[in-house]
Design a protein around this ligand. Structure first.
Ligand code: PRP
Length: 289
């Protein structure tokens, strides 16, 4: 085991589940070099003052809230469930968007939430679940579990579950379907309020932000006649403002601008239609803006 070092920032990340791999990939892309191995509890970055601590996603909010750990990556659903007050959500991450849903067996006959009155619900989210059913005026028995909720319905120990749904594969595999959606959540980076504004924490946030923006945007370059520049700028306003450079030909300028990846093809069509030439898309690997 690697001992935790006081002077290092401690960042807790999921040790399993759907958030584990995207989190590790993001940190590696941001240039943090650390060892990943099953059952490893800590890993010290070889090239930064950062210690990665592998924890259960649902324990991360409490530990960051207590200040024992400085930062964490977890689901915003768990921040609500754990009712933490001493953490800041410092960066939303572009993965792990999910819905918290009430799920029932495929052949469940009910239609309304009131059809679950008197039923048994298994969940890892007892706080949100009880509040949801209370507000609906529906009386339920809530069984709190750490995971593997789906099996409870299969074993007829529960009538429904309240769980996270991302792709829906887990529900399908267990012959369950979404009955009601309670709320939507996303993956977030959190920091204890005492350290969230510190330069060390801000540096980590900036690094990850650079990767997230780079993943979402491409760099587009094109030449356009000066007279059509306003139109072109309306099509590609950029993340901030486009960079305009002079060309040898006085009537023409060259434009360099960031464009959302999902809009690039459409923007290229529109730029071509107003006379832009030499339109090039380049992948952005990393950026600081
Ligand atoms: C959640 C949830 C389901 C699964 C749903 O678990 O409890 O098991 O994700 O995802 P899907 O709709 O894409 O199949 P998670 O992987 O977050 O970790 P856990 O097993 O520790 O709860």
């Amino acid at each position: 085991m690697i001992p935790l070092q006081e002077k290092m920032i401690k960042l807790a990340i999921p040790n399993k589940g759907r958030l584990k791999d995207p989190t590790i990939n993001l940190l590696k892309k941001a240039g943090y070099n650390f060892r990943v191995k099953d059952r490893l509890l800590y890993s010290t970055c070889t090239n930064a003052d950062l210690q990665i601590i592998f924890l259960r996603t649902d324990d991360i909010p409490i530990l960051v809230d207590s200040g024992v750990i400085d930062m964490g990556i977890t689901g915003s659903d768990l921040l609500v469930e754990r009712n933490v007050t001493r953490v800041d959500e410092v960066l939303p991450l572009n993965f792990g968007r999910c819905r918290l849903c009430v799920a029932v067996k495929e052949d469940f006959q009910g239609k309304d939430i009131k059809d679950l009155d008197g039923k048994i619900i298994a969940t890892s989210f007892p706080v949100i679940t009880k509040k949801y059913f209370d507000e609906a005026g529906v009386s339920i028995t809530c069984i709190e579990m750490g995971g593997a909720l789906e099996i409870m319905v299969g074993l007829r120990l529960a009538d429904a579950i309240v769980d996270i749904v991302e792709t829906g594969d887990t529900l399908r595999d267990n012959k369950l379907v979404v009955f009601k959606e309670i709320n939507s959540y996303q993956t977030v980076m959190i920091a204890n309020k005492k350290v969230s504004a510190s330069p060390e924490v801000q540096k980590i946030i900036r690094r990850l932000q650079g990767i997230l923006i780079a993943e979402e945007y491409s760099l587009l370059e094109y030449n356009i006649k000066r007279e059509a520049l306003k139109q072109a700028e309306a099509i590609t306003p950029g993340f901030e403002a486009p960079t305009i450079s002079e060309l040898d030909e006085p009537d023409w300028v060259s434009v360099k601008v960031m464009v959302r990846k999902k809009e690039v093809a459409n923007d290229m069509d529109r730029l071509e239609a107003i006379g832009a030439t030499a339109i090039l898309e380049t992948e952005i690997i990393n950026c600081r803006l």
